[in-house]
Design a protein around this ligand. Sequence first.
Ligand code: DP6
Length: 356
Amino acid sequence: MVLSMIENEVTTAIGTPNIALVKYWGKRNEKLNLPMNSSISITLDENLNTKTSVMFTDKLESDLLYINKEKQDINSLDSPEKLRFIKKTLEFMRNKSGFNKKALIVSENSFPTSSGIASSASGGATLVFALSSALNLHLSKREMSIIARQISGSACRSVYGGVVEWRKGKKIDGSDSYAKQVIEPDYWNELRDIIAIVDGTKKKISSSLGHQATIATSTLYKARPKHADAEVKIIKEAIKRRDFQGMAEIIMKDSNNMHATMLDTWPPIMYLNDNSKEIIYAIHELNDKKNKYVAAYTFDAGANAHIITTADYADDVFDVLKGISGIKSTIQSGLGMGPKIKNNGSLIDVDKLGPK
Ligand code: DP6
């Protein structure tokens, strides 16, 4: 029956990052990753992706996790917080399935990890999706969103494709804090995110530490949660109308607002670099030249720029970016579909019981 089928079978899922248009910054509960405000994001397409292969087997004595071909220490209590969350998720889902074999998990990102391109969002959502399928759990997207949130808050949004809202919820146990799809990817085919990589290195301050430091020390932050919640409501309606003018200003202002609270943190957190700032000015100049909003910049916890635009103006954005010398590469993405199973791309070498 089902349990015997699970053993030694490799399940591979592919998922993608998301970029927040109104950001999650600050937690009301650190253990459960419950946010101070609701947020809204677009799920990117497979031009940027995480692939995760999972196998349950009795050939292993302990669980094994490889990320980008590097073995991660998930079995120690001293391991970094993110790894402990992954281990907790694995144990929770395995217990739920009633299957007790050890897991081999191999995960790879097609883009720089921990540099503000939401690798933890993509990784968390893809892992939960792969485990749910490998263990035949038949979880709903809402259930997956709640589990993924506990690995990394922003991961709860990457469980869906299109434009996605994470409702902050009110309950202490987090059971009402999950993501919901606002529009399907096909509803607004023309929407684009052009990512300008100005820094591919790992960020110096993890977002997990940043969230708490800002809440603890920034005076400016006090005004943010209420303001962000109001912006989510407004931008959601603009998105439903496919109204770029109605959303562009909110996107840019919200990114600036979040980064202002980061700078106001003590000691200050600065993710943006001079290239990021040059991009900000260049996008304002482009909009001024066109006499309307044709592009909107936004930055997560990193220096790399996400320029939200529509297909009609993608070339204009690329022209602008060509003039900025610090840009190492660009990636264009439309709206993605969310995670899916892709069983022809296994990353596991079954004979070696490690990555291929
Ligand atoms: C700036 O989801 O990485 O990207 O919950 O601690 O894992 P943890 O934080 P994380 O925070 C992301 C913050 C952000 C904005 C956003 O994606 O909404």
